[in-house]
Write a protein that binds this ligand. Structure first.
Ligand code: ADP
Length: 196
């Protein structure tokens, strides 16, 4: 089975592209969603998070995301410490996921694919790109946040140039119809690459 990493900056259109691949029948794994589930369900991880952030990290048994977000916001050391706990667990869970999945290829979506070193898991990497203006407009609409907050979130992500250089495929997601064509072309190529 081939592992295809899918990444891109915030608001570039990763979820949109992933949904287009899913519509073509591709098996997908969203690292961010699985990480959130594991932070609630994995006892060892819960224990480590409480050790790092204190009892308030969980509220009535559920991860207190507002509390944690406030603690890691602008605190690189704490954010790195959290990531160092969560990412190995996600990787371990992903290995388990692919063992019980029967498919020629699986797409692994992660906003911080390179930053979390999960690119090492992948046979091929796709980066989704959008113009800066499109990203800002779409996130303001999607999340109702200010441009300043978006720029803050973008600070923690590596530059597009780096991603492009280290990717096998690039999808330019500006016009949705063009994006669908690019997804279809890559899907067909991936089917052919399965035996290489
Ligand atoms: P990401 O997962 O990279 O953060 P999303 O796929 O959630 O980005 O896209 C951000 C927002 O922009 C969403 O509301 C999505 O519906 C919208 N969007 C994505 N691609 C396009 C496009 N090509 N045309 C119009 N809107 C788009």
């Amino acid at each position: 089975m081939k592992i295809i990493g899918l990444t891109g900056g915030i608001g570039s259109g990763k979820s949109t592209v992933l949904a287009l691949f899913e519509a073509l029948g591709t098996v997908t794994y969203v690292a961010d969603i699985e990480a959130k589930k594991l932070m609630n369900a994995d006892d060892e991880l819960r224990h480590q998070i409480i050790k790092l952030f204190g009892e308030k990290a969980y509220d009535k048994g559920e991860l207190n995301r507002t509390y944690i977000a406030a603690l890691v916001f602008n605190n690189e050391e704490k954010l790195n410490a959290l990531n160092a706990l969560v990412h190995p667990k996600v990787r371990e869970h992903f290995q388990y996921f692919i063992k019980k999945t029967n498919a020629d290829f699986v797409i692994y979506e992660a906003a911080i694919l390179f930053e979390s070193r999960s690119d090492k898991l992948c046979d091929y990497i796709i980066t989704v790109l959008s113009s800066f203006e499109n990203k800002i407009d779409r996130i303001i609409k999607r999340d109702g946040v200010s441009e300043a907050q978006i720029l803050e979130r973008m600070k923690n992500q590596s530059a597009d140039d780096f991603k492009i250089k280290n990717s096998d495929f690039v999808i330019r997601n500006n016009n949705l119809e063009d994006t669908k064509c690019q997804v279809f072309t890559i899907f067909e190529l991936l089917k052919k690459l399965k035996n290489k």
